[in-house]
Write a protein that binds this ligand. Structure first.
Ligand SMILES: [Zn+2]
Length: 234
């Protein structure tokens, strides 16, 4: 079984280490720039309201969310949700994160293609990541016990899992684009000084790394599944 395959660990450990590194980087950047107050003393909520207004998004509501770094924009409900540390703090980190989420709201308003594609893929990706594993494992067991269609089941699993990988890949341009929009907004509105801009930007860059790490994990897993499907692991 592939849980005992040393090759599986060999393939999965580098992206895992990268993920741990990326998360440490986000945490340290967020911690550092959460302590740096922005010179205009704008809290996350205030920044959200201002940036939404200036982008003609007065219809988007701003709400709270409990989880740490759980800030997100919900395109279905047109709601921007901010965590307590972002919403109520006039920090440099808060400005970066809020501007990023407003960036998603702008993507939604302008019908940014990757965001639309990503949203449409959510159900398939959820199903694919769960069923993919099940089909690969069950198919592998069937093949091991000499069932003729075992490998076909594995290939179906590979196909299902590739939907989750595709979702993860499409997430990258969506996230990078939102951060680029955020940087542009922060610059053009004059909300931040040059120094503060650097700080907010550092938080966004660190956050982007975690998405890259997640994609690498998914791609590595798919690569291993393909090896099983091709009969390279017994
Ligand atoms: Zn985002």
């Amino acid at each position: 079984m592939f849980f005992f395959d040393p090759l599986w660990f060999l393939i999965m450990i580098p992206p895992l280490i990268f993920m741990i590194y990326a998360q440490a980087k986000v945490n340290s950047a967020f911690k550092k720039y959460s302590k740096v107050a922005n010179s205009q003393h704008i809290t996350g909520v205030e920044a959200a309201q201002r940036l939404l207004q200036s982008n003609g998004l007065g219809n988007v509501k701003v709400e709270g969310v409990k989880s740490r770094l759980g800030d997100h924009y919900d395109p279905r409900k047109k709601v921007l949700r901010l965590s307590p540390a972002v919403a109520n703090t006039p920090s440099v980190a808060a400005l970066g994160i809020v501007a990023h989420e407003v960036g998603h709201a702008v993507q939604d308003k302008t019908g940014y293609a990757f965001l639309r594609f990503r949203s449409s893929m959510v159900p398939a990706a959820n199903l694919g990541s769960t069923l993919g594993y099940i089909f690969v494992i069950v198919g592998f067991l069937l093949a091991m016990f000499g069932t003729a269609f075992g490998m076909t089941v594995v290939w179906i699993g590979v196909f299902l899992f590739s939907l989750a990988v595709l979702f993860s890949l499409v997430t990258l341009p969506v996230e990078f684009n939102a951060s680029n929009r955020a940087r542009q907004m922060l610059r053009s509105t004059g909300m931040v000084s040059v120094q503060e801009y650097e700080g907010a930007s550092a938080v966004l860059s660190a956050a982007a790394l975690t998405y890259v790490a997640a994609t690498l994990q998914a791609v590595a897993q798919l690569f291993y599944f393909v090896m099983i499907a091709m009969g390279m692991r017994r």
